[in-house]
Design a protein around this ligand. Sequence first.
Ligand SMILES: Nc1ncnc2c1ncn2[C@@H]1O[C@H](COP(=O)(O)OP(=O)(O)O)[C@@H](O)[C@H]1O
Ligand SMILES: [Mg+2]
Length: 244
Amino acid sequence: MSLLEARNIRKIYGSLKALDGASLVVSGNEFHGLIGPNGSGKSTLLKCIAGAEIPTEGTILLGNRDITSFTAAERARAGLSLKFQITAVLPELSVYDNILIALQANSSLFVLLLSLSRKALHEKAMDCLARFKLVDKHDQLAAYLSHGEQQWLEIAMALAREPKLLLLDEPTAGMSPQERRATGELLAPIKSSCSLLIVEHDLDFIKDICDSLTVLDQGQVVASGPTQEVQNSQRVKEAYLSHA
Ligand SMILES: Nc1ncnc2c1ncn2[C@@H]1O[C@H](COP(=O)(O)OP(=O)(O)O)[C@@H](O)[C@H]1O
Ligand SMILES: [Mg+2]
């Protein structure tokens, strides 16, 4: 069943067509990669889905709901989470406090007062950190984490909201090959509870973790489907690999 459907998205900046009728479908419990040359519209499409940009035309469905006119905050409540757009890591706070802020952003004050005890909140925070191997660093200032660990903390914060769909825009940019590999391993277990739409430059990384791929070129989808099929399609090799 489709979880997210972006239909015929157009985004025009002045005379530039950043997206020219792009569509994609992400199913439940699916890791979906969005690839394409620089400037092909990947980030713009993620922003349109998250509500950080409003499409000039097109429709976005989450489950059966038309969320096209929802604000970014309403989309977050409906189950979308975009790393980099919601709270970024606060370097002057501890790793633990960063997670706590993300968790509290998820609960209304009412829920916090009534049901989520300090102990429950603490356990949830440690659980989020454990998923990203950050428990040992929970009392360190976030500023002292390595670049890779900061990215993982941001992903953990985005997941603290228990989204149905996590949107990641180039999370492994600037990471070492080891950190990149670890990122794939840390993301894999979330599939049981959450789908992923991920933009990545590193084709090997994305081929390893994604079930399906959508390829953009000049704001249009040139291929979409199971990773293996898309990867072998001649059209994709022409559109994407020639620029890579
Ligand atoms: N806020 C903006 N204003 C004007 N042009 C933009 C804006 N954001 C993106 N663009 C343009 O839209 C095109 C697609 O950009 P983007 O989505 O960032 O591509 P990608 O993420 O695939 O590299 C590019 O030509 C870019 O310069
Ligand atoms: Mg981009």
